[in-house]
Design a protein around this ligand. Structure first.
Ligand SMILES: [Zn+2]
Length: 194
């Protein structure tokens, strides 16, 4: 817990500030010596998945995409529901993300995958397509904490793990054959605890 001590004479006031870096999109409550307040955390703006350029606001990222990568899908932000994820073999955690998707036709969809440690641990994708108009979509993808598959365990190390993203354009006859991007570090960390 952060602490600052200020001494005040009667009728005197001083401004103090604390910095906090939340890892989750929600309202946090703050208590300062019994005084209650709150602030709202927003999701981490993703870097450009094509060139790695970083932005602090959604509108700056959108402007960069429209100018440099027009008509291409991308991630706007991604977030985890909890700051620390309890590593429980076989269970899942989810990653929420806002994505931009160009127009699709029937039989075509964009698949957004998020994973940390191993691709095998992906449990669900964000799918947008089958005739959707161009626009922003919010969805949730899932990953296994720790997975037993084909005779071996895929268990991430405890502590901070980088979250990577893949995107595929899938059709009726093709599944993962058309990567738009692969293994891009989107600036999101998942902290596994025992
Ligand atoms: Zn770029």
């Amino acid at each position: 817990m952060a602490e600052q001590i200020v001494e005040l004479a009667p009728d005197e006031s001083k401004e103090i500030s604390f910095e906090a870096t939340p890892k989750e999109v929600k309202t946090y409550s703050v208590s300062v010596n019994g005084l209650e307040g709150s602030f709202k955390a927003i999701a981490r703006i993703a870097p450009c998945v094509y060139c790695g350029a970083q932005f602090t606001t959604e509108s700056d990222l959108v402007a960069h995409m429209e100018a440099n990568h027009p008509g291409k899908p991308y991630i706007v932000w991604a977030s985890l529901p909890e700051e620390n994820v309890l590593l429980t073999p076989g269970s899942q955690y989810s990653i929420k993300a806002k994505v931009f998707v160009p127009p699709t036709v029937v039989g075509e969809r964009y698949i957004f995958a998020f994973w940390s440690y191993q691709w095998e641990c992906i449990a669900g994708f964000i799918n947008v397509g089958e005739g959707t108009p161009a626009g922003f979509y919010i969805g949730e993808a899932a990953s296994y904490h720790c997975l037993h598959r084909m005779g071996r365990w895929y268990c991430p190390p405890l502590g901070e793990n980088t979250v990577y993203s893949d995107c595929y354009l899938a059709g009726i006859d093709r599944w993962y054959s058309n990567p738009v991007w692969k293994s891009v570090d989107i600036g999101l960390k998942v902290n596994f605890i025992a």
